[in-house]
Design a protein around this ligand. Structure first.
Ligand code: RUQ
Ligand code: CUA
Length: 651
């Protein structure tokens, strides 16, 4: 979203004036009142009423917060290596970060979205997109672990993602940057008319949630910024904002702001799905990774997929339309009834709202205003439901409370504005610290928002931690007529969107341990009797166990410089909340954090002769500090024999 900083550079003076005003008014505002403090206070031992899942932006991960307290509970590693748990470092999880560009240790995550059943958030899975090397991940909310990642071919800057349809039929991933499809060596100046934008519909298998790219719609070479599914009456459609309909390839801050209106693209995915189910579309050669974590083996596998089904809009008449929308719209938001589609025109004075009913009418009566690359353009006036007049500067995103109200963030004037659907009147406005991006109401992308709270995610903060400061979020009570600012809380990375929901469903389903009996890991040792050390050439496999408060074995000899040593550590505990850690001196990866019943493996290539200690990294019992061992590394040509022990000396 830092791009917006550039886009808005011209309006910087206005922004300065506004943020000064906001700063002073918020300091004397309601956030300091004791009743606000009471509203966010969660007593020790008590639980928050809501979970919020905030994208980590350039951290590549997802953070979990409690509301209303604003306490951070957890960081879930998704697209980035995470030494805290060993994700992306352990042998089992390295395949999760495999792509067609090789192993990628980092990602840029933007928009989490929770799975839905009948238009309601169900708390089974949460999906999140990776913008830079396009991927979609699925996190299982039983375990809070990333269990599947699929790469998105033909996509670049996977930004209008990862939004879920009302029965989680699809998680949708639209490209921000258009590119040559298929990728090829060609002059950049020939962009216009030659690049394309792929909108990917990734099917989600209902029972286990397995993802598969069902089809990609190959759209004109615009930038597809954000998207939301239709719902209720508009279920079966998907809406995408576009900018750079000018198809400029250089100095976009000027060249992509020429057109008075860009478009919202409306895609009838049901129609395309039917076409595809009848054999429509073309299988196109592709190369993309599909990575799946298996809970039984505690191990991920990565498979390269070799084709993808593509559909050109011209093949399915009546499936794709363009709705003119002023002016470089960013957020594309659909209200809970499915009737209103809000285009948040970043550079527009007014907020444009389209009507789904009017759109269908105009389509039926073929009231078109030309076409773009064969895609019919509807007339602005024919699809306009209304507009909110001059609500603020630089609108970005809109959410809904399910009571007929909408809440829009304004980046430049740094505020949240509440307005009424249908009458388009502004009801309330509240400042934010500072330069707000997204906002979230629990149940936001669903037919049933779960009212009460709204939080705004700011691009800047005022928490002094040197030149690099964390961003911040601000929590508002929206249960009354006026919004009440309750709390500031720091966030991690750059939160773009967040998904949130009531805590009860997730809490009930939350898994406590992994059953040791069900552990099918190839190198699991399920008791101290199964522990052993096996040499295969210069590879050494150590089948190791942990239980309070020792490793078995804890003395190992016969390792040589030049060996590749695999520690396969099984945690034998079957009690809730007793992880053990594993770390060995000179390890080139990270420690491992192993949950009860789980096996994880770390590879270690000792470079120096010596006797090296290993130990448990997680304070697990009163004798945690005694949870340690030694591994003896001899010279390459030595004849120290392979031996291991627990509780006795190696002779
Ligand atoms: S973005 S601040 Cu990456 Cu969703 Cu709009
Ligand atoms: Cu096991 Cu500390």
């Amino acid at each position: 979203m830092k791009n917006n900083l550039k886009i808005f550079a011209a309006l910087f003076v206005v922004a300065l004036l506004n943020s000064c005003g906001n700063g002073s008014s918020s300091k004397s505002g309601s956030a300091l009142s004791s009743s606000a403090a009471e509203k966010v206070y969660v007593a020790p031992g008590e639980h928050d009423s809501h979970y919020a899942f905030l994208s980590g932006g350039y951290s590549g991960n997802l953070t979990v917060y409690g509301l209303p307290s604003g306490r951070m509970f957890k960081e879930i590693p998704v697209f980035s290596q995470f030494p805290t748990s060993g994700y992306g470092y352990s042998e089992e999880t390295k395949p999760m970060l495999n792509t067609s560009h090789g192993f990628i240790p980092w990602g840029d995550s933007h928009h989490p979205d929770i799975s839905q059943t009948n238009g309601e958030i169900d708390g089974r899975f949460i999906f999140i997109n990776e913008n830079n090397t396009p991927r979609i991940a699925k996190i299982d909310l039983k375990t809070f672990e990333t269990t599947e990642i699929i790469e998105v071919p033909n996509s670049a800057g996977n930004h209008s993602s990862s939004f879920v349809t009302e029965n989680t039929e699809y998680v949708v991933a639209g490209t921000r940057f258009s590119v040559p499809i298929p990728q090829r060596d060609m002059p950049i100046k020939d962009y216009k008319g030659n690049f394309k934008g792929a909108l990917s519909f990734i099917s989600v298998e209902p029972e286990h949630g397995h993802m598969d790219i069902k089809f990609q719609v190959l759209m004109p070479g615009f930038n597809y910024d954000l998207s939301h599914p239709g719902r209720g009456k508009s279920h079966g459609w998907f809406f995408f904002t576009t900018y750079n309909t000018e198809e400029a390839s250089t100095l976009l801050e000027v060249n992509a702001s020429q057109n008075d209106k860009d478009f919202i693209a409306a895609i009838n995915w049901k129609k395309i799905e039917e076409y595809v189910n009848n054999g429509g579309g073309t299988m196109m050669p592709a190369n993309y990774a599909h990575n799946v974590y298996d809970e039984a083996t505690h191990t991920a596998t990565s498979t390269m997929k070799k084709e993808v089904r593509v559909v050109n809009p011209s093949e399915v008449p009546g499936a794709v339309y363009l709705l003119p929308t002023p002016k470089s719209p960013h957020g594309c938001d659909v209200d809970p009834t499915g009737e209103y589609i809000v285009g948040n025109g970043k550079l527009s004075a007014n907020l444009t709202v389209h009507s789904f009913t009017k759109m269908l009418d105009a389509i039926e009566n073929k009231k078109f205003d030309g076409d773009a690359y064969g895609i019919p353009i509807l007339k602005f006036e024919d699809v306009l439901a209304g507009s909110v007049e001059q609500p603020g500067l630089g609108p970005l995103h809109t959410e809904f409370d399910g009571k007929g109200n909408a809440y829009t963030t304004f980046f430049i004037s740094s505020e949240v504005v509440k307005w009424k659907l249908g009458t388009w009147e502004v009801l309330d406005r509240k400042p934010t610290y500072y330069s707000v991006g997204h906002l979230t109401i629990p149940g936001g992308n669903s037919g049933k928002p779960q009212g009460k709270y709204m939080f705004a995610m700011n691009k800047i903060t005022n928490l002094p931690t040197g030149p690099e400061m964390e961003h911040s979020a601000q929590l508002y009570d929206i249960s009354g007529d006026k919004m009440e600012l309750l709390l500031d809380f720091p966030t991690h990375g750059e939160p773009h969107y967040a998904a949130a929901m009531r805590a009860d469903i997730i809490k009930e389903r939350s898994q406590k341990i992994y059953n040791l009996e069900d552990n099918k890991h190839a190198y699991a040792a399920k008791s101290d009797d199964d522990t052993k050390v096996v040499r295969k050439g210069n590879e050494v496999h150590i089948y190791m166990t942990t239980i309070r408060s020792h490793f078995s074995p804890d003395n190992i000899e016969g390792i040589k410089v030049g060996d590749k040593v695999y520690f396969h550590v099984t945690n034998l505990e079957q009690d809730f909340d007793v992880p053990h850690g594993f770390a060995v001196l000179g390890q080139n990866t990270s420690e491992l954090l192993i949950m009860p019943g789980q096996t994880k493996s770390s590879v270690w290539e000792p470079k120096q002769v010596g006797v090296w200690p290993f130990y448990c990294t997680d304070f697990c019992s009163a004798l945690h500090q005694e949870m340690q061992g030694y591994i003896r590394v001899s010279a390459k040509n030595s004849n120290t024999k392979l031996a291991w022990s627990l509780g006795e000396d190696i002779e």
